[in-house]
Structure formats: structure tokens, C-alpha cells
Design a protein around this ligand. Structure first.
Ligand code: NAI
Length: 352
């Protein structure tokens, strides 16, 4: 299906949209700064291939908008932004490409603060920083903190849905045994969950499953494998109108950004009785880590702050159940309230 620039939103949705091109390094990239009400736009750099330029712009803008919600709800002082570097195949000089991209990021004057995402590494971020950009994740990988937060979100969701404690004996299917999925699977196995692992890299899935005493599910059997919790930790838009009717889980909670293909999928899941924890709530451990490092340079009290994601998920699911709304609607409303209050602090104080 052809993507258009207005799919999923109107053309002026982002505060700032930057297209970057450099012939010498082969760079083609997009920077979307969605909203800077709460601070500079924080969001990772994704590198992957896209069918066309419009698809890259579309994904970048959606991911940036989700970062606005994520950062607001995680109560970190950042707005939302994201960038994508189009992967057109192997590059002769990756460092040169990243340096060039760093120069484009620097031109935003600090309005965009990049970090790692799928397809980029801590080493890439260090190169981008050397080119003059203010970056996060150049020294530390936030993935373990993201995984800790997702584990807390899953535990909270199971406890809320099943009115029980912990995840002992609960079956969790982790899609993607990468940076986050690997660490998440270990947390869950350590808490007694039965962990199933699916990855397009079958060897990676097998190695992880063997280490944690879990089992492997073929990547193409993911949707129909019965489990209590499906934890998407790989690609975007796993939940869509084709997949929802086939799901054999009761809860969807994972790290993958942009898990829902369309906003209406939140309602479609609810209609099937599947509880969905919004990705941008569950996967905020990484931005909490970045905030801690930028504030104090250290990770003191970081564990407690990340585990608070579990409390937030519990509250969100209780509020949604009480109001007869989806957790997505409740989370969006809360984020909108926080943004509106920040935009009109005087009016807010006067009303209080
Ligand atoms: P990664 O690139 O380290 O791992 C992704 C894994 O998924 C790889 O093992 C890959 O082989 C596998 N995979 C790819 N397509 C698949 C498919 N169709 N079916 C099954 N497996 C597949 O990525 P990482 O860092 O673990 O991130 C995973 C997701 O979490 C991404 O959507 C990312 O945007 C999101 N996320 C990551 C954060 C972080 O701190 N790393 C923070 C917030 C969100």
C-alpha cells in the first residue's frame, strides 16, 4: 500500500520536520520534532529501509508523536521527537554517514536530542556527538532499563487483570530477542514466568530460550500461539486489523514503539477482551534512564523510578476499567492534560 504524507494525521502535525540529504556519504534522513512544550524533543534514531520517502516521513512523525506522549507521562522534562536514517543497503563509511547526520542534528540547535533506536548503536551516537550534536546514549545503552520497565508493566497488567500477585507460571511470548527482548525475557523467567521467544533470527531465539529455560516459537507462529501475555519487542504495528482476530493472548504489553497500526486498534483489542498497555507507557524506562544520566550523570534511584512504570500501569488499567474506556484513551487524555497545563501554567494556577 502506498503511504502518503497525510496518512494518520494532517500535514502540519509536527512542530518541525527536517529532511536531510548528503550525496557524499549517501545520507537520507528525516528529523521530526513533534512537540517541545515540555522541553527539547527527545527520541531515538531509527535506521532501516523504507519502500519510499513518504513511508520514512510517515513513520518518523508517528514515532515522534508517541515520544511526546511517552515523555509527558513519564514526567521527564522533554518534548517528543524522532529521526530515521533511510537504509539503502551497505554504506562504504558508516562513521562518515553518522558524522554528517550529526551535523544536521546540531543545526536544530538542541531542539532535537537523539538517542539509540532500532538499527543504531551507542557507537553511532558517540560519532554523532563528535560531530557537534547534543546526544543521549553515547556512553550507555538504555535497553536494560527499558526492559526492566516493560517487565514491571507486564507484572502490573497480569496482577490487575487476574487479581493475583506476580507472574509465576504465567506464559509470556516475547517477540524479538534483541536488546530489550533478551533482557525482558530474563527478568520474567527470574520471576517464574514461562517464557516463549520468537525472533526472525532463529539462532538468537534458541540461544536465549536455552539459557533461561524457555521455549522457541517460530516467528510466523507468533500470532496464533496461545499465551497469557504477548510482548512485542521488535517491529512496529504488530497489532492491526489483520492480526487482532488471530491473537491467542489476553494481554498485549511490550517495548515496540508504534505497536498499534491504527488508533482504532485499541478499541478492536478491547472488543476481543484483550487488555492493551500502551507501548509508550510500558517502554518509558529508557527515557527515564536518559533523564537520570542527563541530570546527575548517575543511576542512583533509577531502579525505583523505572519500577514506578508498574504502578503507573496499574493505575491506568484501574482507571480505564472503572471508566469503561481503553487504557490508550485514558493515557492520551492524561498526556493531553499535562501538555495543556504546561502550555498555560498561569491559567492553570489561577484555576487551582
Ligand atoms: P533490537 O534491534 O536490538 O532487537 C530487535 C529484535 O527483533 C532482533 O533480534 C530482530 O532479529 C528481531 N526481529 C525483527 N523483526 C522481527 C519479527 N518480525 N519477528 C520477530 N523478531 C523480529 O531492538 P531493541 O533495541 O531491542 O528494540 C526493540 C523494540 O523496542 C523496538 O521497537 C524499539 O523501538 C523499542 N524500544 C526500544 C528501546 C530501547 O531502549 N532499546 C526503548 C523504547 C522502545
Amino acid at each position: 500500500m502506498e503511504t502518503t504524507l497525510t496518512d494518520g494525521g494532517e500535514i502540519w502535525a509536527s512542530e518541525q520536520l527536517v529532511l536531510c540529504r548528503d550525496e557524499e556519504s549517501g545520507l537520507r534522513a528525516v528529523i521530526a520534532i513533534d512537540d517541545t512544550t515540555l522541553g527539547p524533543g527527545l527520541g531515538g534514531i531509527r535506521r532501516r529501509s523504507y519502500p519510499d520517502a513518504a513511508a520514512a516521513i510517515f513513520e518518523c512523525r508517528r514515532l515522534a508523536a508517541a515520544m511526546t506522549l511517552k515523555n509527558a507521562l513519564a514526567e521527564v522534562p522533554f518534548g517528543g521527537a524522532k529521526s530515521v536514517i533511510v537504509d539503502d543497503g551497505p554504506v562504504a563509511d558508516r562513521a562518515a554517514l553518522m558524522r554528517r547526520f550529526g551535523a544536521f542534528v546540531a543545526r536544530t540547535g538542541g531542539a532535537y536530542l537523539p538517542g539509540v533506536d532500532m538499527g543504531t548503536s551507542v557507537a553511532d551516537l558517540a560519532t554523532i556527538r563528535a560531530a557537534g550534536a547534543d546526544v543521549s546514549c553515547a556512553d550507555d545503552d538504555p535497553s536494560p532499563w527499558t526492559a526492566l520497565g516493560v517487565a514491571a508493566a507486564i507484572v502490573a497488567a497480569v496482577e490487575q487483570v487476574d487479581r493475583r500477585e506476580g507472574v509465576d507460571g504465567v506464559t509470556v511470548l516475547v517477540q524479538g530477542a534483541g536488546h530489550v527482548g533478551d533482557s525482558l525475557a530474563r527478568h520474567l523467567a527470574a520471576r517464574g514466568a514461562r517464557v516463549l521467544v520468537a525472533d526472525v533470527d532463529a539462532a538468537r531465539a534458541e540461544a536465549l530460550a536455552a539459557e533461561i529455560g524457555g521455549a522457541v516459537v517460530a516467528a510466523d507462529q507468533l500470532l496464533t500461539t496461545p499465551c497469557d501475555v504477548l510482548a512485542p519487542c521488535a517491529v512496529a504495528r504488530v497489532v492491526n486489523d489483520h492480526t487482532i482476530p488471530r491473537f491467542a493472548c489476553r494481554i498485549v504489553a511490550g517495548a515496540a514503539n508504534d505497536t498499534l497500526a491504527a488508533r482504532a486498534d485499541a478499541e478492536r483489542l478491547a472488543a476481543r477482551g484483550i487488555v492493551y498497555v500502551p507501548d509508550y507507557v510500558a517502554n518509558a524506562g529508557g527515557v527515564v534512564h536518559i533523564d537520570a544520566i542527563r541530570r546527575t550523570g548517575g543511576t542512583e534511584h533509577l531502579g525505583e523510578r523505572v519500577l514506578a512504570i508498574g504502578e503507573r500501569v496499574g493505575e491506568l488499567l484501574r482507571e480505564a476499567a472503572a471508566a469503561g474506556l481503553t487504557p490508550t484513551t485514558v493515557a492520551e487524555r492524561r498526556a493531553r492534560r499535562l501538555l495543556a497545563a504546561a502550555r498555560a501554567p498561569h491559567a492553570e494556577r489561577a484555576a487551582a
